[in-house]
Design a protein around this ligand. Structure first.
Ligand code: ZN
Length: 179
């Protein structure tokens, strides 16, 4: 995972709980450094360890923390890369551009970013299915990112996620209902 993701996790903890809380988390982690460079890659396990410690400290399940982090991550990435938001009038158009446009641009900025594969399908009932594939199986983070994007476009949505890699499927289908 790129250092920028660690940087934003740090921001979330410091904004919510202060610098001491972040230092406590780093102290508890079996990691040699708490300094992450945005464009460098760090093992996923390091991020998962930090998230695990946060879950323990807040006494919350990983799903809640990871989804909240996805939403926060989106808001911070959109501050850094606002042009991707400005290029689209609405959430649906934005989500459909993730794979063909945004991930292509991200791959130019970050060497070997290890991104998931995303496909989008319109459904007859007006919902949109975002099909997520990644060996990391971070579909809950993807949910949080989608909620973050919806907030950015001031669009009310709900998600269903019945087809999931964590339930034995080869991919996750995250179905977006626009309200
Ligand atoms: Zn899933």
């Amino acid at each position: 995972m790129k250092g920028v993701v660690f940087n934003i996790l740090e921001e979330m903890v410091i904004e919510g709980y202060g610098m001491d809380a972040w230092n406590d988390i780093l102290d508890q982690a079996q990691q040699s450094t708490g300094i992450f460079i945005a464009f460098e890659s760090y093992p996923d396990e390091q991020l998962f360890e930090l998230v695990g410690i946060i879950c323990e400290k807040l006494n919350q399940p990983a799903e809640i923390i990871v989804r909240a982090f996805g939403e926060f991550l989106f808001s911070k990435l959109s501050e850094r890369y606002h042009n991707f938001i400005e290029d689209h009038d609405n959430l649906d158009s934005f989500l459909k551009s993730i794979h063909s446009v945004i991930h292509v641009e991200v791959a130019k900025l970050y060497v070997d970013p290890n991104l998931p594969t995303i496909e989008c399908f319109d459904n007859p009932d007006g919902t949109m299915t975002l099909r997520y594939r990644s060996p990391r199986k971070l579909c809950i983070l993807a949910e949080g990112l989608i909620y973050g994007a919806a907030k950015e476009y001031k669009q009310d949505i709900s998600l269903t996620h019945d087809v999931c890699m964590h339930k034995g499927s080869e991919f996750c289908d995250i179905v977006v209902s626009y309200k």
